[in-house]
Design a protein around this ligand. Sequence first.
Ligand SMILES: Cc1ncc(COP(=O)(O)O)c(C=O)c1O
Length: 373
Amino acid sequence: MLPFTRPTVGEEEQQAIKEVLESGWITTGPKVKAFEEALEAYIGGGVLVRAFNSGTSALEAALIASGVGSGDEVILPAMSFTASANVIVRVGATPVFVDVDLVSRNLTVKAVEAALTPRTRAIMPVHFAGLAVEMHAIYDLAERNNLVVIEDAAQAIGTGIGGHKVGASGNPVCFSFHPNKNITTIEGGALASSDPQFIRRIERIRFHGIERDDEGGMDVPEWGGKMNMPDVGAAMGLVQLPKLEDFNHRRRELALRYIKRLPKHSAMVIPKDVPGHSWHMFAVCIDYLSLGTSRKAFQEQLQMMGVGTGIHYPAMHLFSLYRHYGYGPGDFPVAERIGKQTLTLPLFPAMSDEDVDQVCDALNKLLSGEVTP
Ligand SMILES: Cc1ncc(COP(=O)(O)O)c(C=O)c1O
């Protein structure tokens, strides 16, 4: 059975974790510091990086440290994992959804512009599945309207954008190292920013609001949470990070093979390769109704043929929590179509070319009617 994703971890990661467990210091310590430095070197552009216990925490801290809160509106795509919107609610602000492009699944500057109101405080673009949003136009718009930009790069570690890595913009950019991401610390996240003052606040918010002075005293000048990454996770990240370029290279090879070999069928939309894409996921859209079937039946049939699939994601504005903000069906037709039709195909670095061919064959049989879902 081919799962839709599987973390690539082995002996080296086990050894690194064992060393931390035996060291007597297993929570935040030297490994976290080393991991942060390694991420700074990898991302480049002189940014500072701070590690978190999740991408969600990093986003929450970024919003608080940017001064986003009650009465503010934050524009984000209706197509993302629910964490993107939940953190906005958590800080007391209002999520303002916009529709996305069918193929890139990313928001567009046009949609963001149309959603601006006098209460707009921030934009949270999501680099969906490792494909970078066209950030130039977003930053131009933000500058003209005096808005904060917080990049949700949970799915985009290693993604290239305009000759740089995502994360090097200098503005707050948040990553996730959840096990299905391109590298993992089991659970974990990170925030990059080039502003030392901002980072100082991030450090406080990350750990109980605590600030220490040179005499060993401490103060709590503001609220802070408990968002620190343990050394066990960072030790794993330190082993994973040097493998990231190879992982992403292999992901691209597999994605290109899918693009070449998947059947061209009017009921299926296939993603496009773009330079810099880190191919966190490979997801197609299928019009199951036109094939006389449902996604559930389609997935079950694929499962019987040895192919695991995922759904990333239902459109967020249709969740009960967000309907309370007045959203409903028909508001964002493209995100809703993706939500209903999307199917994430297996993609992870340890897959073989033959695995891709197996998935393509299975889809071919289902789309051609040779096998009825
Ligand atoms: C787009 C997006 N944002 C935020 C998150 C949250 O990251 P984490 O699971 O590390 O909290 C995820 C995780 O899946 C994500 O995909």
